[in-house]
Design a protein around this ligand. Structure first.
Ligand SMILES: C[S@@+](CC[C@H](N)C(=O)[O-])C[C@H]1O[C@@H](n2cnc3c(N)ncnc32)[C@H](O)[C@@H]1O
Length: 266
């Protein structure tokens, strides 16, 4: 892989696979390295459903953003946004209303560099390079403050990101800080890895060898991330079961592997 490519920052860690680049490879993207591809290929041999989890997750994200837009939301904070792929939040939101504003946050170098590149000419969307487990840094970042108006409702997206916040980083405290920062009428969308329906041991063990360990959580643990926000119908389900476009799109919980829900601040 050429280091001259403008999406490859010099600071990138080529020794260990990263969640962002492995996810990009699972979704068919090409912003990944041999170490990421080998990691995913090995993982798929023991846990082939990971690919379906990712596709169902991406599709949920799109429906959640469109739902929030329907409720009047025009600004989004996308936590752990990843490497831009097909159907990014600003594309979904700005297709409906081109004045929609999006702040992306990630701490992976390729995700940050590639996002900055594709957003160069988009004055309503920007990338913040930060650790989402440090909400003070994200929320007080100059870019966040310039782009988002915290007196108006905001859609917070925490899509396949909660499981990267391990217990020692106080996930409930982290989510509470984001919830408290936004005004009533705001929304929070979450997807989260769980082993309530299917064994995900191979996945969690493999992730320990990457830059991003993950923790699967139970239904009640995931519910607590929403705090006192009120879940909209159909409540906390799994990705494909959340307001599917067609009834036939809904799969079983085990096929989805990730809890999914959207909640509103009253
Ligand atoms: C599986 S990807 C999800 C991308 C996107 N949210 C989605 O669901 O399609 C997870 C992303 O979270 C990022 N991430 C993990 N821990 C993070 C942290 N503490 N701070 C910022 N980003 C983080 C990873 O770098 C990766 O890009």
């Amino acid at each position: 892989m050429s280091q001259q490519t403008n999406w490859v920052p010099t600071s990138v860690d080529l020794e260990k696979p990263s969640a962002a680049r492995a996810y990009d490879y699972v979704l068919g993207g090409n912003h990944n390295f041999a170490v990421d591809r080998q990691f995913v290929e090995k993982l798929l041999l023991v846990q082939p459903e990971v690919k379906r989890f990712a596709l169902m997750n991406r599709s949920f994200m799109r429906r959640a953003v469109l739902y929030m837009i329907d409720q009047g939301i025009r600004q989004f904070l996308d936590l752990g946004s990843g490497i831009p792929t097909v159907g990014n939040v600003h594309e979904i939101a700005q297709t409906v209303d081109r004045t929609s504003r999006v702040v992306y946050v990630d701490n992976e170098h390729v995700a940050v560099a590639h996002s900055q590149l594709i957003l160069e000419n988009n004055s309503n969307a920007a990338m913040v390079h930060a650790d989402i487990a440090k909400p003070g840094l994200v929320l007080n970042d100059q870019v966040t403050r310039e782009l988002l108006d915290f007196s108006q409702p905001i859609g917070i997206l925490a899509i396949t990101i909660g499981h990267y916040i391990l217990e020692e980083h106080d996930p409930n405290g982290v989510f509470a800080a984001y919830r408290e920062a936004v005004p009533p009428g705001s929304y929070l969308a979450v997807t989260h890895l769980t082993d309530d329906f299917t064994e995900v041991n191979e996945l969690t063990e493999a992730m320990k060898t990457s830059q991003n360990a993950v923790l699967a959580r139970t239904r009640s643990e995931v519910l607590s991330l929403f705090g006192d926000f009120e879940l909209v119908e159909p409540g906390l389900v799994t990705t494909s079961q959340w307001r599917p476009e067609r009834e036939s799109d809904a799969r079983t919980e085990a096929e989805d592997g990730l809890y999914a829900g959207v909640a509103r601040k009253g």
